[in-house]
Design a protein around this ligand. Structure first.
Ligand SMILES: Nc1ncnc2c1ncn2[C@@H]1O[C@H](COP(=O)(O)OP(=O)(O)OP(=O)(O)O)[C@@H](O)[C@H]1O
Length: 402
């Protein structure tokens, strides 16, 4: 408020003050003058007043600009700093030589020290599996302080492998390191130690928590990162895109939006669930062998989500799902629970649990009917019902129905 007040009024008020000086304090102002010279004086004073007033307005404008430019310069300084930081990081990546940081003396011997000059892990291509062998999950140190202390360790050493069709659900508390694990698998974060095995980049697909929609046509949203030219070169057709949209329940979209060529601000036009379903459609288009799904269906209704997961499995895509939703357990055969920092004493920081093969639709219907039957009998024979229910529970162990 003060700033605006100064910009608007201070400069003009200061100018008027300046202008009044000759009027108020000049000796000539009080001198006796003849009529002729008086009219000349009034004319010249009026002329001076008008030109000074114009100058004053310009001065007020210039003063305002000066004050705003301070802000703009500090904004520019911020951007320049970020661009400088980015270029610096890119140069370091080019030369692969990070500044060597010595282990601080105060750090306890058993505390690992992770800095960028200290990356010793190995990444190799594996055809049909994603595997981490004794790989720590560590937030890379970016600022000066964390460079000195080393990156924040989320999981000290993680070993687990996912083969073809071993759909794995990754769970754990907020901020425990699930997305960080996905970043390590994606190669965004370094493999500090141990070994990471991942398929070729064309065989693995990542869907993140926040859907990314590029600027372009509706078609571009589905085929991203492919271009239309690449799509045609690969012999893919719009009929195929329609069948993909059908799998994610977005068949109505081209009709509603006026075809695949329509260009819009898709991030504003589509709802949260639609955005996530478009990203899922992208996965069906690219047909990877593995997909890392980072909580990417949390805005999708559970019936559609179920069908999308079923379609993905039928398409032969092995899923690594990061989620908090227990309803998704039934689509997976294994669960990796990360406990990380919450771990007390010598307990492991994660555990891998095998889930029994998920029930088929037919099995589910039969068991539902059986449970319903038991509910009805409850009124008549409680003890027998209990025995029978225990038996059904035992049959179902791991099938996620109870
Ligand atoms: N780029 C980063 N710089 C600094 N710290 C980060 C960065 N990315 C993640 N972290 C930190 O690492 C920890 C793990 O983050 P991560 O995103 O892996 O959590 P998460 O298990 O996926 O959590 P959620 O279930 O809430 O998505 C968090 O404490 C987070 O603040």
């Amino acid at each position: 408020m003060t700033e605006d007040f100064i910009i608007k009024y201070f400069w003009s008020a200061a100018g008027y003050g300046l202008m009044s000086i000759p009027l108020l304090f000049s000796k000539n102002a009080k001198a006796t003058v003849t009529t002729n010279s008086a009219s000349t004086m009034v004319a010249s004073r009026t002329e001076n007043y008008v030109s000074n007033r114009r100058l004053l307005l310009s001065l007020a404008d210039a003063g305002g600009r000066l004050m705003y430019s301070g802000k703009e310069i500090s904004e520019l300084v911020g951007y320049t700093n970020r661009v400088y930081g980015l270029l610096g990081a890119l140069h370091t990546l080019d030369t692969d030589s990070y500044p060597v940081v010595d282990r601080p003396a105060h750090l306890p011997n058993d505390k690992p020290f992770f800095v960028m000059s200290n990356v010793h892990g190995e990444t190799c291509i594996a055809e049909n599996r994603v595997a981490l062998i004794e790989v720590p999950i560590v937030v890379p140190p970016t600022d000066t302080l964390s460079q000195l202390e080393g990156g924040d360790v989320l999981v000290k050493s993680l070993t687990f492998a996912v083969g073809e069709n071993e759909h794995t659900l990754i769970s754990g508390g907020n901020g425990i390191g699930k997305t960080s694990l996905a970043r390590v698998i994606a190669g965004l974060w370094p493999v500090w130690q141990g070994k990471l095995e991942v398929p070729e980049s064309s065989d693995i697909f990542y869907l993140s928590q926040r859907p990314y929609l590029p600027i372009g046509s509706l078609r571009d949203q589905v085929i991203y990162p492919h271009s239309y030219a690449q799509m045609k070169a690969a012999g893919r057709t719009e009929a195929e895109l329609m069948s993909i949209l059908d799998k994610v329940h977005l068949l109505y979209l081209p009709g509603r939006e006026g075809g695949f060529d329509t260009r819009k601000e898709w991030k504003d036009v589509l709802s949260g669930g639609e955005k996530q379903r478009i990203c899922f459609a992208r996965m069906f288009y690219h047909r990877p062998k593995f997909a890392v799904l980072d909580d990417c269906t949390n805005a999708v209704s559970s019936d559609v989500e179920d069908r999308m997961y079923e379609s993905a499995k039928q398409a032969g895509i092995t899923l690594l799902t990061i989620t908090h939703r227990p309803s998704l357990l039934r689509h997976h055969v294994r669960q990796l629970i990360i406990t990380g920092k919450e771990t007390i004493g010598t307990q492991p920081e994660y555990k891998v649990m095998s889930l029994a093969h998920p029930a088929t639709e037919h099995e589910r219907q039969t068991l539902d009917a059986e449970i319903e039957q038991l509910r009805r009998t409850l009124a008549i024979e409680v003890p027998e019902w209990r025995n029978r229910l225990d038996q059904v529970k035992a049959d179902l162990s791991g099938k996620m129905l109870l």
